[in-house]
Ligand binder design. Structure first.
Ligand code: MTE
Length: 325
């Protein structure tokens, strides 16, 4: 559905194939009630079976694997990827997002695209799901804190979306703004960061095919704690650049002021490319701990330049990456 299109709004057909989470959660409760007998009637059994079938299809998100983007390493378990998270809007502990992000209402959801574009538009989540063919891409994600995961994301290149809104000649950067709603996000009470969470990229970075708009992972829509219903994934940058639960994408002339850079500019630069040669002021970035490989004798892995994604190196030709960290 096209909501509030700009003067030259992008014309994308409406599609709605995924059952809203709150609908299937209430179905689940209904089925549970049936099972414990609090709703009587044998005729309801058939209905329950139909509902159970609908439920199993509910969070599935079909996508074709893109062999150009597959890391030949063991995929992190779904359990680890969904229970060890950074999503400060739900608390700063790694377990907080899984525990508290259930309050996030991911439908209806819209993303406003504005600023230096010829076709500003507000797109709803169904439109984003249909904007380009969904692909599965297995990316390594390296957190600035020194751990990493390997996750099968579902989505498409951010460039697909950028192309549709036609940035004008003034667009030099793109800003990503996450939802900041105190009613849904208990972590916003904590002033750890300036809310909303904001991230940014230079236009050529945003247009690099590796930069992904993600709508799912592990064959399903994104779990809330992983940034539902839509986030970016930038595998050559530290994880904090990959903003979650995005509600606004703004094209700008000037470099955006990003949440982590505002909070600690000497620690978190605008670029934040994975770089084993540039230490964080408080710790080394030379090695990393792969989540799920935490055995007592397990050796840490060497962190690779650009997290191993050397195809982005040309974006930074001639730049001193110690200065532009
Ligand atoms: N996006 C928002 N809105 N809020 C956050 O706190 N944390 C970032 C990033 N995106 C964060 C965010 C950090 S520090 C990391 S490492 C990744 O999300 C973690 O993504 P994951 O939990 O899906 O692995």
């Amino acid at each position: 559905m096209l909501i509030k299109p700009g003067p030259n709004g992008v014309d994308i057909p409406f599609a709605s194939e995924i059952t809203p989470r709150d609908v299937f959660e209430s179905r689940r409760t209904f089925i549970r009630q049936l099972a414990v007998g609090s709703i009587a009637g044998g005729a309801l059994a058939q209905m329950a079976a139909r509902e159970a079938f609908a439920q199993s299809a509910v969070t599935k998100l079909a996508a074709k694997s893109n062999p150009a983007y597959v890391v030949m390493e063991k995929t992190t378990s779904y359990k680890d990827a969904t229970s060890y998270n950074n999503f400060y809007e739900f608390g700063t502990d790694k377990a907080d997002p899984a525990q508290y992000a259930g309050t996030l209402k991911t439908r209806p959801w819209t993303v406003a695209i504005e600023g230096e574009v010829k076709k500003p538009v507000t797109l709803d989540i169904d439109t984003l799901l249909k904007l380009a063919p969904l692909e599965e891409r297995v990316y390594r994600l390296r957190c600035v804190e020194g751990w990493s995961m390997v996750i099968p994301w579902i989505g498409y290149s951010l460039a697909e979306l950028i192309r549709k809104v036609e940035p004008n000649g003034n667009a030099k950067y793109v800003e990503f703004i996450s939802l900041a709603d105190k009613a849904q996000m208990p972590g916003l009470r904590n002033p750890v960061l300036e809310w909303p969470y904001v991230e940014g990229l230079r236009m050529d970075e945003a247009n690099h095919p590796l930069a992904m708009l993600a709508l799912g992972m592990y064959g399903e829509v994104l779990p809330n704690q992983n940034g539902a219903p839509v986030r970016i994934v930038l595998p050559w940058k530290y994880g904090f650049k990959s903003a979650k639960s995005i509600v606004k994408i703004r094209f700008t002339r000037d470099q955006p002021k990003t949440a982590w850079n505002i909070s600690a500019p000497q620690e978190y630069g605008f670029y934040s490319n994975v770089n084993p040669l540039v230490d964080h002021p408080r710790w080394s970035q030379a090695t990393e701990r792969r989540i799920g490989e935490d055995g007592f004798l397990t050796r840490k892995r060497k962190t690779l330049m650009f997290n191993g994604y050397n195809e982005v190196a040309s974006l930074y030709t001639g730049m001193d990456l110690k200065k532009f960290f």
